[in-house]
Design a protein around this ligand. Structure first.
Ligand code: SF4
Length: 339
């Protein structure tokens, strides 16, 4: 592809780079609801929700707005029961995110008088808040000059600087954060950081680059954008199978609440059984889902009518109020309709 001639170094000309990026952003910015607020709690909720969940999934079902309706401030979240927060997070997955969010709300209320701290160091000390989230709250809520690196920014930097260091390596991340620190403006970090991420989402995309529409193309050093960024190979996917038990009676379905030590702690699922036990029962359902490095095959089997299993009989009417992981909810809905 034809690239515009390289004309300037980013590091030498940060002002012009920042101005071009911000001017572009002001023309094309998506009206996301979390961009209409500067309340640190609301910013934090959006950032936590958007970790491991796409913007599209959050926007489509108004998950952000609904969560804030249920828990409009740190006090409401801090005082909620575990079942309430898990239910509000249902479908978003990675439930430790909402547990940490609640821990943060409790710490903000108990140790900071209900006000979010205003420095990067204090924000980073809150439960479950890493460098990215702390910088996001600092810049989006307080407009602090905080550098910000996510997957989009890493990719854009690799191309802008024509850098082949794998972006998912510790060295690649160190380089990206150093560049972010040098480039973030003293004033206007709120728009600049959003602009950089939006550039990665809309123009300098993973599998497609729209260099002719790029507001910072004159600073870009790569001539072969789609060969970048380089990445270290991902950890291998592990395939596992879950064997679930379907047991329905007039007084409801048999469900089991997962306890401590389970990644689904506090959630309700169909009881899981051993492979050996499952293979003696009729198979009713099979589906697949992915979580972190696991590719899971979920199989549900018809329970033996006269056997006794662990669990509680939950009436249909009560199931909507319980937190049930999405893959399990799909199985239950399908079997309730079919059988
Ligand atoms: S879209 Fe990406 S690769 Fe293309 S000019 Fe802009 S920053 Fe460079």
């Amino acid at each position: 592809m034809t690239k515009p001639p390289y004309s300037a170094s980013l590091i030498d000309h940060p002002l012009s780079f920042q101005d071009s990026l911000i001017a572009w952003f002001q023309r094309v910015a998506e009206p996301h609801p979390w961009r209409k607020t500067t309340a640190p709690y609301e910013i934090l909720v959006s950032e936590v929700m958007l970790q491991q969940t796409t913007v599209q999934a959050v926007r489509e079902n108004q998950r952000y707005e609904k969560f804030l309706e249920g828990f409009p401030n740190t006090t409401a979240l801090a005082n909620a029961t575990e079942q309430e927060i898990l239910k509000a997070w249902e479908g978003l997955g990675y439930y430790n995110r909402v547990r940490n969010l609640q821990k943060t709300a409790i710490v903000v209320n108990e140790s900071h008088g209900g006000e979010f701290p205003r420095t990067l160091t204090e924000l980073s000390a809150l439960p479950g808040i890493g460098p990215y989230t702390a910088a996001a709250v600092a810049s989006f809520a307080y407009d602090l000059s905080a550098p910000l690196v996510d997957a989009n920014v890493s990719r854009v930097f690799a191309r802008l600087f024509d850098d082949e260091t794998p972006i998912n390596s510790p060295k690649g991340q160190k380089i990206a954060w150093e560049r972010a620190e040098k480039l973030v403006p003293e004033n206007g970090a709120r728009h600049y950081n959003s602009a950089l991420m939006e550039l990665g989402q809309k123009v300098c995309k993973n599998n497609e680059v729209l260099c002719e529409n790029c507001p910072v193309s004159s600073f870009c050093q790569t001539r072969v954008p789609l060969t970048l960024p380089k990445k270290k190979p991902k950890a291998q996917t592990i395939e596992i199978t879950e064997y679930a038990l379907w047991n329905q009676k007039q007084n409801g379905d048999l469900l089991l609440q997962k306890g401590d030590g389970s990644r689904r702690n506090g959630m309700w699922t169909l009881p899981l059984i051993s492979k050996e036990e499952a293979l003696t029962l009729p198979l009713l359902h099979e589906s697949k889902y992915a979580i972190t490095k696991y590719k899971v095959t979920l199989k549900a089997y018809q329970a033996e009518p006269n056997s006794i299993y662990d669990g509680e009989w939950i009436p249909l009417s009560a199931q909507d109020t319980l937190p049930i992981p999405s893959p399990m909810r799909k199985v239950i809905n399908e079997l309730q309709e079919r059988l």
